[in-house]
Design a protein around this ligand. Structure first.
Ligand code: UT7
Length: 332
């Protein structure tokens, strides 16, 4: 009998209504639409406005939609994993808040902090619970409210990030579908180039840390760019070679949406054309853990049962990785 795999049986995304355009950013910092578009591919991003609106709002909406479209009762959910670097609070976990919001009262959950690779980490962890038979229904969320940690006076970061996320349902299958392979990497040496200086146990929040604007993303963009281009392309090529896949065998590349130039380099290294690359960076920017589920959600109607997908990401940590999966269903 074929080994049990975890297969995605539904995906749903959610983004807030407010659209922050390149034009509006021109009024905040010294930048322009031409620079942002040519250097990143981003035209606009969504922002979650209002008081008491944390990442759990995004994640809860995504999970509610997911439960509805997959006809799943909240009581059937065994485990909720939420990948995010912008949890509502240090604790409790955002996964716990989402479970309470959707009434998944028999589930338990936890958060994963792996920045832009968080959804790949979450999918890999979640799939183990299904493959071993320990659980039947696992929800994996990737969601971030990046506007909570973006300095809108820093033109090198504020143009990139946005708010949004999505969620998938994992269930067991013995068909030749689902998550086939996963390669994950991390290198803490990358922390120097992409981090948030204060607010953690190393430098707790104080008047000084606030005055020094240390509760925002710090990124040495061009260094991160170099590591991202190399590693996202390498790990994607690595998972293809390991599974004897050529560019012709791959139906879709689902790349983390950080910069269109990084995505193009990855596709080129994999030997696949732009028609097979999921792209929505122009409308959402970089939503960190949210980008990959948002891509799957946007392209869901074009996916066919059995399609070969390569998911790839690189981000803070550094963390990076790639997942090879076979899509589980045709959209009704
Ligand atoms: O998702 C998590 C991982 N993060 C990433 O993958 C992001 C990787 N990095 C990047 O995508 C790019 O490095 C950025 C988009 C952040 C920056 O693009 P870049 O081509 O690497 O630009 P740069 O930082 O090397 O800056 C080039 C020039 C500089 O001016 P000078 O020194 O050459 O006069 C910057 O000051 O562009 C200037 N610049 C800007 N100009 C207009 C930087 N940001 C802006 C801006 N508008 N927003």
């Amino acid at each position: 009998m074929r080994k049990t795999r975890a297969v995605i049986t539904g995906v749903h995304g959610w983004v807030p209504d407010y659209v922050l355009t390149n034009k509006e950013l021109e009024t905040l910092v010294d930048t322009n639409d031409e620079w942002i578009t040519s250097r990143t591919g981003i035209k606009e991003r969504r922002i979650l406005k209002g008081d008491h609106q944390g990442t759990s709002v995004i994640a809860t909406e995504a999970v509610k939609g997911l439960l509805e479209k997959t006809n799943t009762s909240p009581d059937e959910i065994d485990l909720i994993i939420c990948a995010t670097v912008t949890p509502d609070m240090f604790f409790p976990s955002t996964a716990n808040l989402v479970a309470a919001n959707v009434g998944a009262n028999k589930s338990y959950g936890f958060d994963i902090s792996a920045a832009c690779s968080g959804f790949l980490y979450g999918l890999t962890v979640g799939s183990q619970f299904i493959e071993t038979g320990f659980h039947k229904k696992v929800i994996v969320i990737g969601a971030d409210k990046m506007s909570a940690i973006v300095n809108y006076e820093d033109r090198s970061t504020c143009i990139i990030f946005g708010d949004g996320g999505g969620a998938v349902l994992l269930e067991p299958t013995t068909e030749d579908l689902g998550i086939v392979d996963s390669i994950l990497h991390s290198d803490g040496g990358g922390a120097d180039y992409l981090h948030m200086k204060a607010g953690g146990s190393l430098r707790p929040a104080s008047l000084e840390t606030i005055a020094r604007k240390e509760h925002y993303i710090f990124q040495e963009g061009s260094t991160v760019y170099k590591f991202a281009v190399t590693n996202m392309a390498e790990v994607s090529a690595e998972i293809m070679a390991k599974n004897n896949l050529t560019g012709d065998d791959v139906d879709w590349l689902v790349p983390h949406q950080a910069n269109k130039r990084i995505i193009d380099a990855t596709a080129s290294r994999m030997g696949i054309g732009p028609e097979k690359v999921m792209l929505n960076i122009e409308k959402y920017g970089n939503t960190t853990a949210g980008t990959i589920p948002l891509c799957l959600w946007d392209y869901e109607s074009r996916l066919k049962k059995g399609d070969n997908l390569i998911l790839a990401a690189f981000g803070g940590g550094f963390t990076w990785g790639s997942i090879y999966l076979k899509w589980g269903y045709d959209t009704k």
